[in-house]
Design a protein around this ligand. Sequence first.
Ligand code: FRU
Length: 526
Amino acid sequence: MNHKYFNFLAAILLLYAVACSSGPTKTTEAEETTKPYTEKYRPQFHFSPDSAWMNDPNGMVYYEGEYHLFYQYYPDSTVWGPMHWGHAISTDLVHWQHMPIALYPDSLGYIFSGSAVVDWNNTSGFGSAENPPLIAIFTYHNPEIAKAGGVDVESQAIAYSLDKGRSWTKYEGNPVIPNDGNRDFRDPNVIWNEEIQKWNLVLSAHDHVQIYTSDDLKNWKHESDFGIDAGTHDGVWECPDLFPLQVEGTDETKWVLIVNINPGGPNGGSGTQYFLGDFDGHEFSADSKDTNWVDWGRDNYAGVTWSDVPKEDGRRIFLGWMSNWAYAQLVPTEKWRSAMTLPRTLSLIKKKEQYVLKSSPVKEAELITANSATVNSDEALKISGVKELDIEGLTLNQSRLSLEFEMGETLPESFGILLENELGENVTLSYSASAEQFQFDRTQSGDMSFSDQFSGISVAPYKIGSTVKLEIFVDAASAEIFVDGGDLVMTEIFFNSQPFSKLKVFAEGQSLTLVNAKCTGINSIW
Ligand code: FRU
């Protein structure tokens, strides 16, 4: 028999057999591999673009039941290029719907980072009181001027939407803030300031931020500068955000100024610092000029917060880009590059006379939790040395781990947890009592060959109490670690070649007690 004919017949028979045996809901293998969001390293419950390059979150605004997420996007490649604003919408902060590109580069330049607001009183005149416009405020980055070595490369511009963010019209009077002689002059972030009944804008200008006011979002007055003598200056200041936050359990309000910096982060490369202080609508004065970090991990950058979250809700919700410019363009994903963090609720607490900005995953994260394994429900577990926990077959690579440790009389020299696969690749989170710090070790995490800046151990200073709670979200190629409800946060990515299947806890030097351990599976949002 002709071989070709035989192969063809065999294939038909095989397809028929598969179709009959697998029932109506199963897909064939061919379909399975082309199914989106199943690629190697693809996050299952974090936002990532369908394809191509993404960096900073932009224009985050809530309007009429929808959370908008725009983002720095280059649709033609998996590395950075002429920037667009990609767009996605969510009604619950966890499930995202991809939307068409919102803003394309034009003769004034690429569309760099920025923010968006609802112009409720139609101060800009682009809409009406009945249909207030959404206003996007972004940076134009002119590549021609950059190439020619000019300084006036960056300026601020606006665009408006009258159809709930579906289509955007750029203002013909752009730029609304022309370049002022700073080569780095970008990432405008706008809020409505109730107290002075004006708009405030904060942007970054290389080594400081500038603060502006406006009545109509088109005409801006430069009010003041902050930062030349404050914070860290090992890199360029980028993507600021300025907003008030009530101190938990009090009537006191502090202003939070977030300033991203690259390089110069706490563990190398990109990082997000913040300052707390007072703001009268014109000038920001910091309580302390020292740097605080929003996140001590290496992979949370360019994070800013949503505007116009309803007062009844009252949350300040933060989202960051889960990567680091030190290696972002080299990470081993093929179809797309990078993801966002989980949205996080920011809160301010006073701890031993010190204010601390906490972040914790938004409560909507509960919506996607699946089955869970309570590792030890009745009995507390004494840990001395290394112990593997029984996670009852749950997929660690897509999970939420909640662990509570109780210290004995003396602290162990070190304790922590380890996620490991069959190949021995692992990531470890440990606490060192002598160094008083948490450490995240990804030196044996899998593929690290793409950059010599990737491997390493991140450290985060922290004083623990008699108990420690760890909440860890693991999603394919990332871990978001929240210590004691978000007093300390670390976000790190990694590229293990097989999923993690073992969860181990350890205590060295002294024993401790694991009083609670729960491992919860998380459903895919796609
Ligand atoms: C931060 C950043 C911003 C800039 C954008 C360009 O990651 O460098 O300062 O607007 O990315 O894509």
